[in-house]
Design a protein around this ligand. Structure first.
Ligand code: ADP
Length: 191
């Protein structure tokens, strides 16, 4: 299974991704984590990306696409993976579709974790991360709304989108995630 999880900053993607990769036994590809590791190790990509990340802006596609392509090509990703934080823009989604198509692969389903903006702000104030400064956090939400929400439409037109309610306990939300995955399994078997 090749699944994408999309949600605004603070939606709880990290928790749900962790549970889902354990449940499906597939690798977790988080571009946020890859970038934070690159920044920490001061790789050339990390040095370039850091400024954008600290400002709550998207890192240029050239950096992201290279990183993801390399990771998708590793043997453990052959049977599936969970993509978290990528794609984040329409061009990234098109690049991913091309990349997979050339390898006779495709995205099986996309899960949108929907959380209202006031709840996101409340959660951000309760946790602490370098890019969680209130002003920068607002910028990350604005970037999500402007650049990432068009993806929902892109995948919905392909009949691949499952929008789930991101409010409630982690267990309750995970039950919804699993339900969405079951639906993806049925529809990919039907094809
Ligand atoms: P969140 O989902 O909480 O916004 P992530 O951990 O996914 O955070 O990403 C942190 C930062 O890394 C983003 O704010 C952005 O600067 C950068 N980033 C991650 N994934 C991408 C991507 N696909 N395209 C561009 N920038 C990205």
């Amino acid at each position: 299974m090749r699944i994408i999880l999309i949600g605004p900053p603070g939606a709880g993607k990290g928790t749900q991704c962790q549970r889902l990769v354990e449940h499906l036994q597939i690798p977790h590809l988080s571009t946020g984590e890859m970038l934070r590791a690159a920044v920490k190790h001061k790789t050339p990509e990390g040095v370039l990306a850091e400024r954008f990340m600290n400002e709550g802006q998207l890192v240029p596609d050239s950096i992201i696409v290279g990183m993801v392509t390399k990771r998708l090509e590793s043997p453990d990703c052959r049977t599936g993976c969970l993509l978290d934080g990528f794609p984040r823009t329409r061009p990234q989604a098109e690049t991913l579709d091309d990349l997979l198509e050339r390898r006779a692969m495709s995205v099986d389903g996309v899960i949108e974790l929907a959380v209202p903006r006031d709840e996101l702000v409340r959660r951000m104030l309760a946790r602490k991360r370098a890019d969680d400064d209130p002003e920068i956090f607002s910028r990350r939400i604005a970037s999500f709304e402007a650049q990432t929400t068009p993806l929902l439409d892109y995948y919905s037109r392909q009949g691949k989108l499952a929008c789930i309610d991101g409010l409630g306990s982690a267990d309750a939300i995970f039950a919804r995630v699993k339900q969405a995955v079951r639906r993806f399994k049925w529809s990919s078997q039907g094809n």
